[in-house]
Design a protein. Structure first.
Length: 202
């Protein structure tokens, strides 16, 4: 056995350990829409066995609202367009929704896609909580208890960061917050206006 072949065996061994031990989700998928190989992190997160994950189309595990957009990006991959930081939702075997952020590279000659995904569910839950916090800030009169809560250092920083995001580009995304409200209260301007929601008549 040559020195070079020993070197290759060592590299293969390290790659296998990297693949098997990574906390991120490593997948090799075919252009046919089926997984060909996965690391343990995939089955651990989704709760399915390797056999279940490899024997069913990938689309079976995607949250129904994200199937269409995911299929579009899959078509782009098959056309040899890499996929960077694409976010979609999957359903675990227990019915829980998990958010994944994907970086995927197609290899046309092999008809394969090599993909890495990060579990960003916690980040998405934080963003959703921050959105409701801003909605409360915009739509509720400020009594002493609410003012105290919103003045907590962590809450104040989160509220400011979230408000800055939705107010960017001339309030481009603010309707996401305010359109769900019956009233929008602007205490700086001492004004109140109705949102798009209407009261239901009995």
């Amino acid at each position: 056995m040559t020195k070079n072949s020993n070197h290759n065996i060592g590299n293969d061994y390290k790659f296998e350990h990297f693949f098997e031990l990574s906390a991120d989700l490593f997948c090799i998928a075919g252009f046919d829409g089926y997984l060909k190989r996965i690391n343990p992190a995939v089955s651990k997160l989704l709760g399915y066995t390797n056999e279940e994950l490899l024997s069913r189309p990938i689309s079976d595990f995607i949250y129904h609202e994200d199937k269409t957009i995911t299929a579009k990006h899959r078509d782009d991959l098959i056309k040899s367009n890499p996929l960077l930081n694409f976010e979609n939702r999957y359903l675990t075997k227990s019915g829980e929704i998990v958010w994944l952020s994907w970086t995927s590279m197609p290899v046309e000659n092999d008809q394969l896609v090599f993909a890495i995904a990060k579990n960003i569910t916690h980040k998405k839950k934080q963003e959703e909580g921050a959105k409701f916090l801003l909605r409360a800030h915009k739509g509720l009169p400020k009594n002493s208890a609410l003012i105290k809560f919103l003045s907590e250092p962590g809450m104040r920083a989160l509220l400011q960061k979230t408000e800055d995001f939705y107010m960017a580009e001339n309030n481009k995304n603010m309707p996401i917050i305010t359109d769900e409200l019956y009233f929008v209260i602007d205490e700086k301007q001492n004004s109140q206006r109705t949102g798009k929601k209407e009261y239901c008549q009995p």
